[in-house]
Design a protein around this ligand. Structure first.
Ligand code: FMN
Length: 194
């Protein structure tokens, strides 16, 4: 069943990309504080399959604080060109240092520089945006001929789902919904009324 789920995800992401999307691997991550105050934001997905959704962020960000205290979260991936939606519900866990370092090395050089430019102040007030441009320029000069070192602020998380929901919005016939629920015996599939 896991392969079936991954195959639907691959197919849906591929279809969205074929229709012209450059942002198919993007999801809305919803978390909540321990008091249940919700908060959602967009993240880029590095991997998406039945094992979950992998994303990266800055260690000092609000989402990190929230998921470390309350790991229950959901991720909604909206594919507007194909009018499809994938929702993952489950638990968010941090990657190990070794995994973070591995993914850092796969990150494009320009993205590494940009990350260094804002990671330490992410989410904090700054006097004006130009100071980050200056920081980026200094970093470019500093590392012009060198490998960009791993930023300890770079941290990845995997949302491991216990429920995956696929919604196809159709206009020529009725919409289709499939739900997969993970139990002790593995995934169970249900068709739901839209
Ligand atoms: C297209 C797009 C992609 C984004 N990708 C990421 C990402 O991969 N990681 C991240 O931390 N923030 C990403 N952001 C910014 C977040 O949506 C969010 O504004 C920021 O991380 C602060 O969130 P927080 O205060 O809830 O931690 C992205 C925003 C957009 C619009």
């Amino acid at each position: 069943m896991g392969l079936e789920i991954s195959s639907i995800m691959d197919h849906w992401l591929h279809t969205e990309t074929q229709l012209g999307s450059t942002q198919a691997m993007t999801g809305v991550l919803s978390t909540a504080t321990v008091n249940g105050v919700p908060h959602s934001r967009v993240v880029a997905l590095r991997e998406l399959d039945e094992k979950g959704a992998l994303f990266f962020t800055q260690r000092i960000s609000r989402k990190v604080e929230e998921v470390l205290k309350n790991p229950i979260a959901s991720m909604t991936i909206w594919l507007p060109l194909s009018k499809r939606e994938v929702v993952l519900e489950g638990f968010v866990e941090p990657l190990s240092l070794t995994e973070n370092q591995h993914y850092w090395e796969l990150y494009p050089r320009e993205s590494q520089l940009r990350f260094w430019a804002y990671a330490e102040t992410s989410g904090q007030p700054i006097s004006e945006p130009g100071i980050l441009d200056q920081k980026l320029k200094l970093l470019r000069d500093q590392y012009s001929e060198q490998t960009i070192p791993f930023s300890p602020e770079y941290c990845g998380f995997r949302l491991t789902p216990t429920r995956i929901y696929f919604y196809r919005y159709l206009t020529d016939r009725l919409s289709e919904v499939i739900e997969y629920l993970k139990g002790p015996q593995g995934w169970k599939k249900h068709y739901l009324s839209p």
